[in-house]
Design a protein around this ligand. Structure first.
Ligand code: NAG
Ligand code: NAG
Ligand code: NAG
Ligand code: NAG
Ligand code: NAG
Length: 665
């Protein structure tokens, strides 16, 4: 399976977030009035200026913008430092499609080193991200004014170097439209306001009008498989999931490089059950944005197709296959949500929290290791082959050599179209291996393990379709009988290479070119073992960090003024009721059976900088009217799934003013 060869724009845009976020709607109770805390009264305006735009010879456009967060510049709801205006230069490359001869992807990449650095610094505002995105679309993607002033040393404030027309000021967004007649959006998982949740949008392709209910049934199945059951279960309160149905004229998705008349034009390159591409990304982008102002964090396209296939990247792509759809989707979502590369051998991208290229001594997951001192688990990759071989053409052989120094081996393959036990044969050094069909035509996986090492010298694995099928006429309606991929490893004994999936160590992974990186576990993680429903501990920690860089643990602080009677005046305010609304995790999970053991929030209240210890561990407090002042709420989330939090993402705090004169009638 191919995966993310480029950053998705959803990922990349986070990088731009210069921050902000706070409460919006507040409930009003009878006899009680509410007010917005002072920080919320500031209009969420931002100023961006395009200072440089350059189209390079390869069609890449490089835009630099200055982002001046004039208003809500704060981190994790920390108040703005309004005197210190932030200037940031953000860049992005836009590959002009016309220079690619009509190629099917529109890649959006950021200068990744710089972007990553910014990302490390910045935080969790979707609002800001959207504003920057709109600005980039208007000013960078759609070239209007080529006579742009190259303002290298722009003094932002009233700078003469920048013309007014290149500066945009944003206020509140209007509602987003872009849904078409016949579209239907359903919110399948609703855990709170989109603006402070991580939102996934599933968009179907190749579902006709008549297949509307099949679409929603497929989406419910995928969501249940992934979010309600194991994989994303502990993270569920951070997610919203939306499904967008847009009827296609034709049913199914294209193959052999041709798409059908469908909403987003998904297609396979050939006939093999592997990558699925999108030929109309613009329509998909617009449709996703139309789902809601803050709803389109991770767009996902699901092809109405019963077989394996997908891709990571800007869009997470999978199929409705009831056998492999979930398997592909959770793996591809892993790439996008955690921003990690592969863990299986023979891929191209090995990056992110789960891959270490340089040093075992300073391995990224040192804090997770089973052993006090890091060590490498000893194995060797003997054969690795993306065969994509049509077995109709005759036997297929994979040859390899061993030096005779190893103790165990494991052969892993994937195949498709082999639906019966007599349809496929595997031989190792001429000896037939036991194999039973997993049933059906879909791509699937088989594995054999040997408890002895190979002798020194040459060895051979041979794959054939069952002899009785050799004269079978071609049936174009079903997937071909195909050998998809092969890996053969040799291992040392359990003392030097631990198969035990609870062990966290340095396990070698070899890429397409034989280069080695290390991963953290043998075959536990679904980024390696497609049958697994679990991420490894390192990926889970990375996922918490990633999600909490998009959403704050603290939704809002609500302050209600309680009056003795309801005839108005400030003087009648007798007390304040203050409530912190946290994303329901730990002790606040609605379903405590989903609570990870040891998971909890702790929190503290401060008034005028003084810790109010007696209020600790209350989420809703009452304070007398005399206790006006500058208050602060600080929360911290503790979970065994996170051992390190260098950016303080598991903390949230907010300063707010409690004062009678802020109570309205
Ligand atoms: C917010 O924007 C509105 C409309 O532009 C304006 O009238 C108001 O004064 C602004 N408020 C603040 C606090 O800047
Ligand atoms: C506010 O920003 C200015 C300029 O960056 C800085 O000098 C100052 O220390 C900041 N103040 C606070 C309280 O962070
Ligand atoms: C799964 O999909 C196959 C092929 O479309 C179908 O024949 C089978 O009935 C489905 N199984 C379930 C449990 O839905
Ligand atoms: C192959 O399967 C048969 C029947 O299930 C079993 O008796 C035999 O031991 C198996 N051979 C190997 C090498 O696993
Ligand atoms: C892959 O994961 C599945 C499901 O957890 C597990 O049963 C299987 O043993 C794993 N494979 C290996 C080689 O450990």
């Amino acid at each position: 399976m191919r995966t993310c060869l480029f950053l998705s724009s959803a990922i990349a845009l986070v990088v731009l977030a210069a921050t902000t976020t706070t409460a919006d709607a507040k409930k009003t109770f009878s006899k009680v009035s509410s007010y917005a805390v002072p920080n919320d009264e500031i209009n969420a305006t931002g100023y961006f200026t395009l200072i440089d735009r350059e189209t390079q010879h390869d069609g890449t456009r490089l835009c630099s913008i200055l982002d001046r967060g004039e208003t809500k510049v704060f981190r994790n709801l920390w108040p703005a430092n309004r005197s210190g205006d932030r200037l940031q230069i953000l860049r992005r490359n836009v590959h002009d499609e016309s220079h690619h001869g009509g190629s099917h992807t529109h890649e959006e990449n950021f200068d990744s080193k710089e972007a990553k650095d910014l990302f490390e610094l910045n935080t969790n505002s979707k609002e800001w991200t959207l504003m920057v995105d709109k600005f980039l679309v208007d000013e960078c993607d759609q070239v209007k004014d080529e006579t742009l002033n190259n303002g290298a040393d722009v003094d932002f404030w009233g700078s003469p170097g920048v013309s007014e027309s290149n500066q945009q000021v944003f206020g509140n967004h209007g509602s987003v439209s872009g849904l078409q007649e016949g579209d239907e959006v359903r919110k399948l998982v609703d855990n709170g306001p989109d603006r402070n949740r991580v939102d996934i949008v599933f968009m179907g392709d190749g579902y006709t009008l008549e297949e509307r209910e099949k679409f929603f049934a497929d989406m419910n199945r995928l969501v249940n498989d992934m979010f309600i059951s194991e994989t994303f279960q502990s993270f569920l309160p951070l997610f919203n999931v939306h499904a967008l149905f847009r009827p296609s004229k034709e049913s199914g998705i294209g193959s052999n490089g041709h798409w059908k008349d469908t909403s987003f034009r998904l297609y396979r390159d050939g006939t093999e059950l592997r990558g699925i591409y999108v030929a109309n990304p613009k329509a998909a982008r617009e449709a996703c944005r139309a789902v809601g102002q803050y709803a389109c964090d991770f767009p996902s396209l699901i092809g109405n197709d019963p077989y394996y296939g997908g891709l990571g990247g800007e869009f997470v792509i999978s199929t409705s296959s009831n056998k492999s759809g979930t398997i592909v989707l959770r793996h591809e979502l892993g790439h996008s949500l955690i921003d990690v590369g592969e863990e299986y051998d023979g891929g191209q991208v090995y990056s992110g929290v789960n891959a270490e290229r340089w040093s075992i001594q300073n391995i990224k997951w040192k804090h997770w290791l089973t052993d006090a001192t890091p060590r490498e688990e000893k194995n060797v990759l003997r054969a690795q082959d993306y065969a994509w071989y049509d077995l109709k053409k005759g036997p297929y052989k994979v040859k390899f050599n061993s030096d005779g120094n190893w103790k165990r081996w494991s052969l892993k393959i994937s195949h498709s179209g082999v639906d019966t036990d007599d349809s496929f044969e595997v031989y190792l050094d001429g000896k037939r291996l036991n194999w039973t069909s997993p049933g059906g035509y879909d791509r699937d996986f088989s594995e054999w393990d040997g408890e002895e090492g190979f002798s020194a010298g040459a060895h051979e694995i041979e794959f054939r379709q069952g002899a009785k099928y050799d004269d079978e006429p071609v049936d174009g309606s079903r997937p071909i009988r195909q050998l998809c991929s092969v890996t053969m490893h040799e291992f040392m004994g359990e003392d030097q290479y631990r198969f035990d999936n609870s062990v966290i160590s340095a396990y070698p992974t070899y890429d397409l070119y034989g280069r080695k990186t290390w991963r953290s576990n043998h075959e536990f993680c679904l980024m390696r073992n497609m049958s697994s429903t679990q991420f490894c501990s390192i990926c889970k920690e990375g996922l918490w960090h990633r999600l909490l860089s998009k959403a704050s643990l603290l939704d809002e602080i609500q302050v209600d003024c309680q009056r003795e009677d309801d005839d108005g005046g400030d003087e009648k305010v007798s007390k304040f009721e203050i409530e912190a609304k946290l994303i329901p995790l730990g002790q606040f999970r609605e379903d405590q059976s989903k609570r990870v053991k040891g998971e909890a929030y702790t929190f503290r209240w401060f008034r005028n900088g003084i810790h109010q210890a007696k209020l600790d561990d209350q989420i809703r407090i009452e304070v007398p009217a005399a206790d006006e002042g500058t208050w602060e709420f600080k929360a911290e989330f503790i979970t065994p799934e996170v051992r390190k939090d260098p950016r303080g993402l598991l903390k949230a705090s907010k300063v707010f003013v409690v004062a009678k004169h802020l109570c309205s009638n």
